[in-house]
Write a protein that binds this ligand. Structure first.
Ligand code: PMP
Length: 439
C-alpha cells in the first residue's frame, strides 16, 4: 500500500542538491529530471512488485517501470535469485559465456531475426544497426521520422522525441551539420512524404529507421499499414527497413509490435525488457545482412561489456517468465487503467486523447477542439496543454502514483499490478483530474 502520510521530500531534496554539485542537472539521464513538470526528482531507494519507495519513505505505484524494462515488476524473486547466483560466480570475463547464447536464442525464437548481436544500450543498438545498413548497402542516407527517438546517436538526434522534446532542444548543439547531413527527417505516418524522398534520393538511401510503434512522442501508432508500406518502399529501392523495438520489443507481445502487425524488417533493435533491469540491448536481422558484421564481415562493432553474464541472466530469466499469460494480464491491466483515466478526466471535463499500442499507452492533454481527433504525428503531439499535464502529474505524485514526468512519454504497466494497486490508482485519479481541470 502507498504510504501517503509522510510526503516529505527532505532526503530527495538534499540528494538532489548533492547530485547537482557533481552531475549536470543532478540526473544521469535528462528524462529523470522534473524540468517539464517542476519540482525535485524523487530519489528511489527500493522497489517491490509494482511499487517503488523513495529515500524519504514515500511509496508510489510505479507506472514508469524504469521506462519499460520492469515488465514483471521490481525485485521479482526469480530474477533476483538468478542474478544473485550469476553475480556470485563472477561479473565479467571478456569472453563468451553461456547466458548470452541462451538470450540470443530466446530473441531469435521470439522475433523474425535470424541472428543477433548483443550490446549494452538501445543507443548502441540503433547506432550499430545504422552502421551495418550503411556498410551493407554502400549508401549513406537514412530516413527517420520526427518525434521518433532512437537513443542519443548523433545522426538520429534530429527532431527526436523523448527527453529531446521535453527539453525543447531542436536537435542538439554538439551534433555537427556534417553528421546529420545524411539524415532525412519526415513527418510520421506520412506516406506521400516517404514516396517523395525516395523519388528524389532513392539510390542513396541506406535505410529507413522507425520506432515499430512510436512511444517517444507519446504513443502514436502507425496508421494505414505504415510499416508494411515502409518495408515495401525500402525493398523496391534496395534500402533496408530498420524497426526499432527497443521500447516495444518483448513488452507489447512475446516479440513486440512485430507480434501485432507482422511486418518483417531487415534489421531490428531491442533493449529495455530484454535486460531485465540491467544494461543489455541487441540488434539483429537477416543472416545475409548480419554476416557483414565483424568478425565474420568487415563492418566493425564491439563492446567490453556486451553480453555481460549478469545482464544476460537477468534478461533471459525475465523473458522466460514472460509467458502468454503475462502478456494477456498486461493487456487487461492496461485497458483497465486507460478506462479509469478516461472516466476520471471525463468526469472533470478535461479534454484528452488516450492512444494505445498494445499495453503501451499515453494520455494527451489536448485542447477541447482536438479531443476527438487521433494524434498521428509529432505536430499533433506538440499541440498539448502542457501545464495541465504538470498539474495532473504532481497531484498523482502527491497521491502516491509515479507517472513519467513528461507529457511526451508512454505509461508502462507491469504484471505485478493487482486489484489493490488499481484501487490506489482509482483514488489518486479523482484529485489529479480535478487538478488538471483547474488549470
Ligand atoms: N530506441 C527507442 C525506441 C527508445 O525508446 C530508446 C530509449 N527510450 C532508445 C532507442 C535508446 O535506448 P537507451 O536509452 O538504452 O540508449
Amino acid at each position: 500500500m502507498s504510504d501517503h502520510s509522510a510526503r516529505s521530500t527532505a532526503r530527495s531534496t538534499a540528494l538532489f542538491d548533492q547530485a547537482s554539485a557533481v552531475t549536470p542537472g543532478g540526473v544521469n539521464s535528462p528524462v529523470r529530471a522534473f524540468r517539464a513538470v517542476g519540482g525535485v526528482p524523487r530519489f528511489m531507494a527500493s522497489g517491490d512488485g509494482c511499487h517503488i519507495t523513495d529515500v524519504d519513505g514515500n511509496t508510489y505505484l510505479d507506472l514508469v517501470c524504469s521506462w519499460g524494462p520492469m515488465l514483471l515488476g521490481h525485485a521479482h524473486p526469480q530474477v533476483t535469485a538468478a542474478v544473485q547466483a550469476a553475480v556470485s560466480r563472477g561479473t565479467s570475463y571478456g569472453t563468451p559465456t553461456e547466458a548470452e547464447v541462451l538470450l540470443g536464442e530466446e530473441i531469435v525464437a521470439r522475433t523474425p531475426v535470424d541472428k543477433v548481436r548483443l550490446v549494452s544500450s538501445g543507443t548502441e543498438a540503433t547506432m550499430s544497426a545504422l552502421r551495418l545498413a550503411r556498410g551493407f548497402t554502400g549508401r549513406a542516407k537514412i530516413i527517420k521520422f520526427a518525434g521518433c527517438y532512437h537513443g542519443h546517436v548523433d545522426a538520429l538526434l534530429a527532431q527526436a522525441g523523448s527527453g529531446v522534446i521535453t527539453l525543447g532542444i531542436p536537435g542538439t548543439p554538439g551534433v555537427t551539420e556534417a553528421t546529420t547531413a545524411d539524415t532525412i527527417v519526415l513527418p510520421y505516418n506520412d506516406q506521400p512524404a516517404v514516396t517523395e524522398a525516395f523519388a528524389q534520393y532513392g539510390d542513396q538511401i541506406a535505410a529507413v529507421i522507425t520506432e515499430a510503434s512510436p512511444g517517444n512522442m507519446g504513443v502514436v501508432p502507425p496508421q494505414d499499414n505504415f510499416n508494411a508500406f515502409l518495408a515495401q518502399t525500402c525493398r523496391a529501392h534496395g534500402a533496408l527497413f530498420i524497426s526499432d523495438e527497443v521500447m516495444t520489443g518483448f513488452r507489447i507481445t512475446r516479440s513486440g509490435w512485430y507480434g501485432v502487425d507482422g511486418v518483417e524488417p531487415d534489421l531490428m533493435t531491442f533493449g529495455k525488457v530484454m535486460g531485465g533491469g540491467f544494461p543489455a540491448a541487441a540488434f539483429g536481422g537477416r543472416a545475409e545482412i548480419m554476416a557483414h558484421l565483424a568478425p565474420e564481415g568487415s563492418v566493425y562493432q564491439a563492446g567490453t561489456l556486451s553480453g555481460n553474464p549478469v545482464a544476460t541472466t537477468a534478461g533471459l530469466t525475465t523473458l522466460r517468465l514472460a509467458t502468454d499469460e503475462v502478456y494477456a494480464k498486461l493487456d487487461e491491466t492496461s485497458a483497465t487503467i486507460q478506462r479509469m483515466v478516461a472516466t476520471a478526466l471525463d468526469k472533470e471535463g478535461v479534454p484528452h486523447v488516450i492512444q494505445a499500442a498494445g499495453n503501451l499507452f499515453s494520455v494527451f492533454f489536448v485542447n477541447s477542439s482536438d479531443s476527438s481527433r487521433p494524434i498521428r504525428d509529432f505536430a499533433g503531439a506538440n499541440a498539448q496543454v502542457l501545464p495541465r499535464f504538470a498539474a495532473f502529474f504532481h497531484a498523482m505524485l502527491d497521491a502516491g502514483v509515479y507517472l513519467p514526468p513528461s507529457a511526451f512519454e508512454a505509461w508502462f504497466v507491469s504484471a505485478a499490478i493487482d486489484d489493490d494497486a488499481l484501487a490506489e490508482l482509482e483514488s489518486a485519479l479523482a484529485p489529479a483530474a480535478a487538478a488538471a481541470a483547474a488549470v
